[in-house]
Design a protein around this ligand. Structure first.
Ligand code: NDP
Length: 318
């Protein structure tokens, strides 16, 4: 579909505390020249808003807009959106599934996984002690990586890991088929997948089914010394149990981009653990230049009376 097909009426409102409005406006305007694109702070009459592109807007944000036709989550994870009580009934919610975002996430996962596979945290610690600590590298195939979640981001990352020669297992709700990846599906297979993981990469959405999925008992099923990479959501993992297991050595190391509470409080013990690498929830972001195409296409679909693509299923929570 192209912008000549239909000229979208009404305006789009933008809200995000993290993303740059001017960059998004430029990217969207290039594809939808006739659409008015407003920052939430410059909305005069909310009745004129037909589209919302928003990341974690304040409570009541959507309820002010009686003529909304489409809500676009400015990101891949919709857990903070689906539970809101101000979503107008019948208005579709979509999310961003941009290949550039998936590539950026795969880059982070590759970095974190290879860092563990190559024992880099161990060498970092030896360097701080001024020690030449030779440890013979394992063959890539001898490191088993389990990727939990094989969606837009997880499947991309699993393929990239497989291309490195690592042994990759994948886990999802419904059966998936990814060349070179040992795919498993359903809750009944989870414990067996975890038990085989030298490195466990968490790439699941946070839903009613997945909240707290990785509790103490499950983490204990990992082989002793395994590493954990969480780029999904903190609440998928029991953070207190994970911290204990990192202290006891059952978990050898972790790379954590997400936490139960963000920002991670200054007194959290994770900050001071040698075997933990912390990044402040930025493993991947929506990239305006590439994501604008998908957003514009959905706006045109909706203004032309079609259902948008990449719709969130509120019932399953992702
Ligand atoms: P998708 O919705 O495309 O994929 C989700 C995957 O998880 C699917 O494979 C799905 O299974 C699987 N899944 C969902 N529920 C279950 C369950 N109960 N049991 C087993 N498998 C399940 O999500 P994305 O790949 O786009 O994103 C994943 C998450 O990454 C986001 O929800 C977000 O929280 C996080 N994220 C983090 C970012 C960061 O910077 N740290 C940036 C962007 C996203 P099935 O294939 O059967 O549907």
């Amino acid at each position: 579909m192209c912008e000549d097909d239909v000229t979208p009426s009404g305006a789009l409102v933008f809200y995000s505390e993290f993303d740059d409005f001017a960059t998004w406006r430029r990217a969207l305007q290039a594809r939808l020249p006739a659409l008015r694109i407003l920052h939430s702070s410059e909305v005069g009459d909310p009745a004129g808003i037909h589209y919302a592109l928003a990341w974690k807007p304040p409570a009541g944000f959507f309820a002010r807009m009686p003529n909304l036709r489409l809500i676009i989550n400015l990101g891949a994870g919709v857990d903070s959106l689906v539970g809101r009580d101000d979503l107008p009934a019948g208005v579709p919610v979509t999310r961003i599934t941009d290949p550039e975002m998936a590539r950026m996430m795969a880059g982070y996962v590759l970095f974190a996984t290879l860092r563990h596979a190559r024992d880099i945290p161990w060498f970092e610690q030896a360097q701080r002690r001024g020690q030449w600590a030779y440890r013979h590298p394992r063959a890539p195939a001898d490191t088993r990586v389990a990727v939990l979640g094989l969606g837009e981001l997880g499947a991309y990352a699993a393929r990239e890991l497989q291309r490195q020669g690592l042994t990759v297992l994948g886990w999802s709700r419904s059966p998936r088929d990814i060349e070179g990846v040992q795919c498993h599906a359903g809750m009944e297979t989870l414990d067996a997948v975890i038990a085989q993981a030298d490195i466990l990469v968490v790439m699941l959405p946070l839903t009613a089914q997945t909240r707290g999925l990785l509790g103490r008992q499950r983490l204990m099923r990992l082989p002793r010394g395994a590493a954990l990479v969480n780029v999904a959501r903190g609440a998928l993992v029991d953070q207190a149990a994970m911290t204990d297991l990192l202290q006891s050595g059952h978990l050898g190391a972790a790379t954590l981009d997400v936490f139960e509470r963000e920002p991670l409080p200054a007194d959290d013990p994770l900050w001071r653990m040698d075997n933990v690498l912390i990044t402040p929830h930025l493993a991947s972001v929506a990239i305006p230049a590439s994501a604008a195409a998908q957003i514009a296409d959905n706006i045109l679909r909706v203004s032309g009376g079609q259902a948008p693509l990449q719709q969130v299923d509120a019932g399953r929570g992702y």
